[in-house]
Design a protein around this ligand. Structure first.
Ligand SMILES: [Zn+2]
Ligand SMILES: [Zn+2]
Length: 356
């Protein structure tokens, strides 16, 4: 042991030999312009070898890392201590000991509870600096390649302003947005709203009353891509919350989260002045999604699902999952879903429940 350090100093010291550290942790990696990338070494079954990145530099914390599919850094912290914790899964004491041995130095700091919440703002700023990183498409680039707003959602009654706010449009670039012919593209961003993690795309046709598929008016041919929604390849919707990048701040400050099924519900609520809604991409709330919400510590949860049998089942499931932690409210919708309601009706229905 040669010197005394606090945790940040210990991480900084370890980051000076990042490749050795990754070797010591058994991580497989490839160099990038700013550090290394590879399969996420933290979560089980990681198979996307570009979805995990670690950066050599960063003003306050060199060696910060991100898992773009499962966001493991949120669970373990984005510094090197968090990485060691996430890989070894033996707790903070073990991780500090590991870094002490690796750096041949002693940590003087008390072991603190997870810092992810406290530090998330700081990292948000830090990470937005990484905007020119070529591995991931930035929001700015995504917008440049979309014709925003798109006719399809305008026709369905969404305002140009809201579609512009959420970057909803037709693709100009089929390399950036594969498989989106005849579809309206809805980009999905990372927690900071800086990078696109993927997209979902709604077919512009309505359901055919004969074959029940979504296709252009005319004969029911064997259309290859007639699904209503199509996600980008490798998009793990069960680990994501649509609008999280924008809503998380409001969820923290209002103490209330509104859970909805799809992006369209989020836009409607946003138009009605509610900034704290997130969509779960369907009717099943995953544990991963719940974890994300738990970290913001809202007290109240508004569950909005379609006003039908499937919707009621979905709400029952979520009540069971979340009932002991949250004060749950289920608004009575006067229509089948939020999408069919006027802004005025949405305000009348949601506002009394959403206020504290
Ligand atoms: Zn991961
Ligand atoms: Zn048909």
């Amino acid at each position: 042991m040669t010197s005394n350090n606090d945790i940040n100093a210990l991480c900084r010291l370890a980051a000076t030999r990042l490749d050795d550290l990754l070797d010591a942790l058994g991580v497989e990696y490839l160099p990038t312009s700013k550090g290394y990338s590879g399969c996420c070494p933290v979560h089980e079954g990681a198979d996307n070898d570009r979805a995990w990145m670690i950066y050599k530099n960063g003003d306050t914390v060199p060696g910060f890392w991100r898992c773009y599919t499962h966001h493991c850094e949120e669970e373990y912290d984005k510094n090197l201590l968090g990485l060691v914790k996430g890989i070894r899964k033996k707790g903070p004491g073990d991780a500090i000991k590991f870094l002490e041995d690796f750096t041949q130095s002693k940590c003087t700091e008390e072991i603190k509870p997870p810092e992810s919440l406290v530090q998330s703002m700081q990292y948000d700023i830090l990470e937005s600096v990484e905007e020119d990183d070529k591995e991931y498409i930035t929001r700015t680039e995504a917008r440049k390649n979309l014709q925003i707003p798109c006719q399809y959602f305008l026709r369905r009654g969404f305002s140009p302003a809201i579609l512009n706010m959420y970057d909803v449009g037709y693709s100009y670039n089929m390399d950036m947005f594969p498989n989106t012919k005849c579809r309206a593209v809805i980009p999905i961003y990372d927690d900071t709203g800086t990078y696109m993690v993927g997209y979902t795309a709604r077919i512009i046709y309505e359901k055919c009353k004969y074959c029940k598929k979504y296709h252009i008016q005319g004969p029911c041919l064997d259309y290859a891509t007639s699904a209503k929604w199509r996600h980008s390849e490798g998009l793990h919707t069960h680990t994501l919350l649509y609008n999280w990048w924008s809503a998380k701040h409001y969820i923290r400050t209002t103490g209330t989260v509104i859970l909805v099924e799809g992006p369209g519900d989020v836009w409607k609520l946003e138009e009605a002045g509610f900034h704290n809604s997130v969509a779960i991409f369907g009717s099943v709330l995953s544990l991963k999604q719940k974890d994300k919400i738990d970290k913001c510590m809202p007290r109240k949860m508004l569950l909005v699902a379609d006003n039908d049998e499937a919707g009621r089942k979905a709400i029952k499931r979520m009540e069971t999952m979340c009932g002991d932690l949250y004060n749950i409210c289920v608004p009575r919708l006067p229509a089948n879903d939020i999408g069919d309601m006027s802004i005025e009706d949405i305000r009348k229905t949601i506002f009394p429940l959403a206020k504290n």
